[in-house]
Ligand binder design. Structure first.
Ligand code: KIV
Ligand code: ZN
Length: 389
C-alpha cells in the first residue's frame, strides 16, 4: 500500500495578503502572525517582498531569524537587485527560499514587460541561476500562468528547472481559471515537461470569480503538491485561496484527495482571529471554518438532529479547528429540545411540563422580535413564567 502523499502548505498572508488594500502590517505584527503560522506547522511562510521597502526587508529578515520550524521565503522579481535583496534578507534563516517570478502571458509580456517570449525565457533562467547561487531552495513562478499559452509555459518551466528551480508555481494571478481547465493545465504541464519530476508543482489562485479554493483543489487532484494560500483568504482584490478551506477540505475529504497536510488544525481559529484583529478586516459570519456561524445551529430541525447525533448536520468538529465547541443559537427557528437543553446548561429546572410550555411560548414570542436570544433573556423569561404560575 502506498504511503499517503504530503501537500505542502505555503502561506503568503504576510506577502500577498498584505497586498490587500488597507492590510499593511508592522514588523512586530508580522512576527506575531509568523509565530502563529509556525505553531500551525505551515511548511513555508512567505514573509514579504524584500526589495519593496526597507520595512519589508527588515520584516523578512526578522521573520527569517526568529522562525525555526517553517521555511521562510521572500519574493523577488526576476531581476538581479531583487534576488540579491531577498538573499540578503534570508541569509540567517534556518531554512530559506527565494521565490522569483516573471510574467508569461501574452498580454503581460507585450504591454507590461515589453519583452519577447525569448527574452522572458532568458531572464527566467538568469534569475533562477542567480537565486540558486544564494539559496539552495528556489521557487519559480510564471505570473499570469492562468492566461498563458501552454506551449510557452512548457518551454519556460523546463528551462527554469534546468537552471535549478525545485518548486514551479503556476499562478492564476487574475482569478480567471475554471477548476476543470486549471486542473487540466497542471496535469498537462506535469506530463509534457520532460524534467517535471525534478520539481514540485505549486498553485497560487486568486479569488476574482470566487473560485480560488475550487481551482486549487482541482489542481491538487491533477498532481499539484504545494498550495499557496492565506489566512481568511486575505489578498489582492478579492483575495487568495483561503488556507483554512484548503486544509479542511483535504482533511475532511481524505477519502477523495488521499493526501495530507502537516497542519495543526486546532491553531486555525486563533490564527484567523489574530489576522483579523491586526488587519482590522472582520471575518464574515458565514465564512467557512472560521466565521462565527460556521458551527452554529439555529433551526429546530438541525438543533434536534445535532443533539441526537452531531454528524447529522456537522461534517467537521468545531474543536478540531480551534473553536471551543459548536454553538446552538436560540432564535425563532429553534425547537423545544434545544430550549430545554439550554435550560439544563443554565441549571434551571422547571417544576412542571406546564411551566416548560409557558416558558417555551414566551421564548417564541420574544424570538419573533429579536435575532438571537441570549442566556440573560432566558433567565428573565423563566423568572416571569415562575412569577405567573
Ligand atoms: O498572483 C501572482 O501571480 C503572484 C505571484 C507573484 C506569485 O502573487
Ligand atoms: Zn498572488
Amino acid at each position: 500500500m502506498s504511503a499517503t502523499e504530503k501537500l505542502i502548505i505555503f502561506d503568503t498572508t504576510l506577502r500577498d495578503g498584505e497586498q490587500s488594500p488597507g492590510a499593511s502590517m508592522t514588523q512586530e505584527e508580522k512576527l506575531r502572525i509568523a509565530k502563529a503560522l509556525e505553531r500551525m506547522q505551515v511548511d513555508v511562510i512567505e514573509a514579504g517582498f524584500a526589495i519593496a521597502s526597507q520595512g519589508d526587508f527588515e520584516s523578512v529578515k526578522a521573520v527569517a531569524e526568529s522562525i525555526k520550524d517553517s521555511r521562510v521565503c521572500s519574493l523577488a522579481r526576476a531581476v538581479d537587485a531583487d534576488i540579491d535583496r531577498a538573499g540578503e534578507a534570508l541569509k540567517n534563516a534556518t531554512a530559506g527560499r527565494i521565490h522569483t517570478f516573471i510574467a508569461t502571458s501574452p498580454i503581460h509580456m507585450e504591454f507590461k514587460l515589453r519583452m519577447s517570449p525569448d527574452q522572458v525565457v532568458e531572464q527566467a533562467v538568469k534569475a533562477v541561476t542567480r537565486a540558486r547561487n544564494l539559496c539552495d531552495d528556489v521557487e519559480f513562478s510564471c505570473e499570469d500562468a492562468g492566461r498563458s499559452e501552454i506551449d510557452f509555459l512548457c518551454r519556460v518551466i523546463e528551462a527554469a528547472i534546468d537552471a535549478g528551480a525545485r518548486t514551479i508555481n503556476i499562478p492564476d494571478t487574475v482569478g480567471y481559471a475554471m477548476p476543470q481547465q486549471y486542473g487540466d493545465t497542471i496535469r498537462q504541464l506535469i506530463e509534457r515537461i520532460p524534467n517535471s519530476d525534478k520539481a514540485i508543482f505549486s498553485v497560487h489562485c486568486h479569488n476574482d470569480l470566487g473560485l480560488a479554493v475550487a481551482n486549487s483543489l482541482a489542481a491538487v487532484t491533477c498532481g499539484a503538491r504545494q498550495v499557496e494560500c492565506t489566512i481568511n483568504g486575505l489578498g489582492e482584490r478579492a483575495g487568495n485561496a483561503s488556507l483554512e478551506e484548503i486544509v479542511m477540505a483535504v482533511k475532511t475529504r481524505a477519502d477523495f484527495f488521499n493526501i495530507e497536510t502537516g497542519i495543526n488544525t486546532r491553531e486555525i481559529v486563533p490564527a484567523s482571529r489574530l489576522v483579523s484583529s491586526i488587519t482590522g478586516f472582520p471575518v464574515q459570519p458565514n465564512k467557512a471554518i472560521v466565521g462565527a456561524n460556521a458551527f452554529a445551529h439555529e433551526s429546530g430541525i438541525h438543533q434536534d438532529g445535532v443533539i441526537k447525533h452531531r454528524e447529522t448536520y456537522e461534517i467537521m468538529k468545531a474543536e478540531d479547528v480551534g473553536w471551543n465547541a459548536n454553538r446552538m443559537v436560540l432564535g425563532k427557528h429553534s425547537g423545544r429540545n434545544a430550549f430545554r437543553g439550554r435550560l439544563d446548561e443554565l441549571g434551571i429546572s422547571l417544576k412542571s411540563e406546564q411551566e416548560l410550555n409557558d416558558a417555551f411560548q414566551r421564548f417564541k414570542d420574544l424570538a419573533d422580535k429579536k435575532h438571537e436570544i441570549f442566556d440573560e433573556d432566558i433567565q428573565a423569561l423563566v423568572s416571569d413564567t415562575q412569577k405567573a404560575t
